[in-house]
Design a binder for this molecule. Structure first.
Ligand code: TMP
Ligand code: ASP
Length: 238
């Protein structure tokens, strides 16, 4: 399967058309960004790691009955995916307080959130991805009421599977961001699931192996990502 025209160039990933109108190629670059792209760097080997981690997690999800756009990896830095119409939403699931919810609600970090919280943000760089209520989503007609429920249900199903997968690898899934699209009239999980889009702490600690190392200049980013992959593959020394 070969790349045809470029359909979408994000800050970190690119989506290419293929000869099959129902399939695309998602390509991971070595770029890392934070703070709406204000902070950026190139980390050679990062794209390959994220491609492997995302593929492994999408595969675990599929095995647990949670579908996504992922079909298979294509070489080191890319995956073959089902084509979907991107919805302008970032869906965040939180199991513990960290990051923006602490700032927004004046909470300390590392407080358990039970049941897990699902938040919707407007994927719009110019507006800095504002938090959306359900009524905002209806007002803007971003998705239907039925699609809203479907997305929330899928996000919680993803959380259940991923929490278990990471726990078996000695990691705590603190929070993560998902994106969804529409494919053949249905809601489909798209994008990536990786340490770029999840907070992952070593179980029983607040030691972070994810992009917070880059955001906070708090450690070797690639070493953290490598450890996540090794733990998921069961090859890390724990
Ligand atoms: P937040 O604490 O900044 O709201 O982030 C919550 C989770 O979502 C965290 O795991 C990082 C992830 N995330 C992204 O992947 N992309 C984004 O643009 C944002 C804001 C968060
Ligand atoms: N919104 C950030 C960015 O510009 C992502 C993040 O901080 O997670 O890439």
């Amino acid at each position: 399967m070969h790349k045809k025209e470029l359909l979408h160039a994000g800050k970190v990933k690119a989506i290419w058309a293929t000869a099959d109108p129902d399939l695309c190629i998602a390509e991971f670059s070595d770029r890392i960004t934070a703070g709406d792209g204000l902070k950026k760097a190139d980390l050679p080997g990062k794209g390959r790691l994220l491609n492997q981690i995302s593929a492994l997690l999408f595969t675990r999800l599929a095995e647990a009955g949670v579908p996504s756009h992922f079909i298979r990896t294509l070489g080191d830095n890319a995956m073959l995916v089902r084509k979907a119409q991107l919805l302008p939403l970032e869906v965040i699931v939180r199991n513990r307080t960290a990051g923006s919810i602490c700032r927004r609600l004046g909470l300390g970090p590392n407080i358990r959130i039970e049941p897990p919280l699902v938040e919707f943000y407007y994927k719009n760089d110019a507006l800095h991805d504002p938090l959306l209520t359900r009524d905002h989503i209806a007002m803007l007609a971003l998705v239907t009421a039925g699609e809203y429920e479907e997305i929330k249900e899928q996000a919680l199903a993803v959380n259940q599977v991923l929490r278990k997968t990471f726990a078996e690898a000695g990691l705590e899934l603190v929070d993560f961001k998902l994106e969804f699209g529409r494919a053949q009239g249905s809601i489909l999980l798209i994008d990536e699931i990786s340490p770029d889009t999840c907070r992952l702490w070593i179980q029983g600690t607040t030691a972070s192996l994810d992009k917070d190392r880059f955001r906070n200049d708090s450690g070797d980013v690639l070493a953290g990502y490598r450890e996540v992959l090794q733990r998921l593959q069961g090859t890390a020394k724990q």
